[in-house]
Design a protein around this ligand. Sequence first.
Ligand code: ADP
Ligand code: MG
Length: 353
Amino acid sequence: DSIVSLIDVEKSFGKNKVVKNMNIEIKEGEFLTLLGPSGCGKTTTLRMIAGFEEASCGTIKVQGVSVEDKEPFERDVNTVFQNYALFPHMTVFDNIAYGLKIRKRPKEEITKRVNEMLELVQLKGYENRKPDALSGGQKQRVAIARALINNPKVLLLDEPLGALDLKLRKQMQVELKRLQKKLGITFVYVTHDQEEALTMSDRIAVMNEGVIEQLATPREIYNRPLTKFVAGFIGESNIFDGEVTGLEDGILSVKTSAGTLKVKGEGFHVGESLHVSIRPEYVKVSTDTVDGFNLMGTIKDFTYMGTVVKTSVDMKDNTEIKYSRFEKDEDFQEGDSINIYWNPERAVAIKAS
Ligand code: ADP
Ligand code: MG
């Protein structure tokens, strides 16, 4: 069952349509991420769900009921912003208690709930501090506690970890995901960081210029990108533009400006234009030619990335192919000529748009 539904939702600012024909059914208890580059409409989408922004057309439902006429505080949702938006003059306790105080809840209930929240976000002992005396990670925990205190059905989070340094961000990703699992609350999470989305989400909606290009599990998005944009935006990929020249047993032969290659693909015909995506970890190299492949190149350089070594190969059409290994390929040196190939099942055929 959907807890939040967006049905044909659009948003324009003046003549500028920034969210187009958006349809999402968010399931109860799900961790759903809106992922895309800056300016693609993520925040606008979240603000429409929260009620800070009105949709230009379409319907938004929370728990099956259209929220068009409901004020933000009447919707069963709360929002956590990147910049925390804490009250600087209030203590941690009062910041967290705020949502219950304005609802005039009894004092005992407030104290009990705030203590539960402090425990939940591991800030016991910090209740009398002001936000100024907290680290970035602690401030964000206060913001999360404050947003959770009313037991919202849905928590909307807009790049909540964006201001934290990498190490803390990684740690908070794990914490937030655990918290969400434990509470069973639906999270709608916005980020431009594809790794963060892959780590945390049950499903990801990949957005580009106001359009959802793919809505699927992290595994599916990573392994089976539907569009060239998704293939390029998620992880690292070598992407070719080409044309189908033959097909046999579900494997396509493809001609590209770098040479010929093979890819598994269904629903394509000879003569059709397409894109082919292959992850660096699946690229193989050989001194000999490999049946069905004619991708010759020259090794340009090796880059040590910590856990993997990336090798760049210059192709005859001046493109570059990258492959990665856990250890440097001792058989090859910079300047060597090599043949590139792969298991055709590992490559993805993408319809030309
Ligand atoms: P994201 O969060 O993905 O970076 P936004 O939803 O903030 O993207 O913005 C999407 C587009 O809408 C951008 O081009 C932005 O400039 C525009 N936009 C956002 N809010 C407003 C506004 N209040 N008035 C006019 N244009 C806006
Ligand atoms: Mg934004």
